[in-house]
Design a protein around this ligand. Sequence first.
Ligand SMILES: Cc1ncc(COP(=O)(O)O)c(C=O)c1O
Length: 411
Amino acid sequence: MPELQRVASHLIPSRQGRSGDDPIFALNDEARTRQARGEDVLNATLGALLDDEGRLAVLPTAARAVSEVAAPDWAAYAPIAGPPAFLDAVIADLFATDPTLAAQSVAVATPGGSGALRHAIATFLEPGQALLTTDFFWGPYKTLADENERTLRTFRTFASAEALDVDALDEALGAVLAAQGRALLILNDPCHNPSGYSMSPEDWAGVCAVVGRHAREAPVTVVLDNAYAAFAAPGAMDTARAALAELAETALVLVAWSASKTFTHYGLRVGSLVAVLPDADERRQVGNALAYACRGTWSNCNRGGMTAVTRLLADPVLRPQVDAERAELVRLLNGRVTAFNTAARAAGLKYPRYAGGFFTTVFAEDAKAAAARMRADGVYVVPIPGALRIGICALPTSGIERTVEAVARAL
Ligand SMILES: Cc1ncc(COP(=O)(O)O)c(C=O)c1O
């Protein structure tokens, strides 16, 4: 065999050296391997809601709606921007109580909230520009920025365990605008991943004041990533919605909407990016740009999935059924939240206010070392800079106390 001549890498330089495996999935694999060997291991790494027997919690009505989608509906292409009935149902889900916001909205279908975030980053920032988010953030924000040739800049999330650091946002937003003339701010609320924090009315008032001031000088886009909204404490989404209405007076407001958690169908890949624009001509232009982005990225989304989700959102029989089933899951999750708060307060752990949602984080100086000590104790959590992320969603209620004890020992 003639010796192959070595050529330069086929990978373009910007794609070289990328990690192919997700560290959270690697930890999850290790925990599951130990469980399969019969070890008594608690696995709080993944972001899916499990029941107390460790099975994926699936809303029965959602599963039925998916199974009732007819073959031609799975087989045919969907419209590029998404089926109008689906987009209307998403907008109504977000803004039924605010007809002005609903009338000012334009939406496109995306594969999950991830696709919505992708479109937001690629459509409202130039290549090389930085998105702005809290310094505790969902890791894929950085991946999405990298993959789309944008960067990520953060501001300090918390002024205290009870308050967002609005001054840090003010300073960072000013600096980003000075550097690049436009800004895109991603806020994940309610039930922030990874911290579990839900913004208070005071936090939102602070954000509105800061963004409003900057947005009068330069284009500011605010993306609300509300992937966990259906699991929040009552009223949390109302607070966010009222703030969005105020923000929309000066800034471009986007919502990254996702069916993954809302309907416990993570693999269905159904989502939407919703943009609020009071000006009809601008709304048309943004709608066109987003539809073009769909065509140029994934063409169209899962038609069968969107058909099922449209029924779940809009059918007068299915909607109350699925909402009632979800309320049961929220009760299950809230039981774990209460158990965590009780045990964590007693153990003196430091963590942001946690009133609901899939995750919480405990502040930890050397999180990697603490997580390693916990693994030796048979408890798996995710170390992130400055904290341990605990997937309360994946822990049985009976395992919460042991998890808190393991955290307390490891810190
Ligand atoms: C903070 C946050 N945003 C968005 C998403 C989007 O998920 P999906 O693309 O499945 O809708 C997730 C999923 O884990 C998330 O944790």
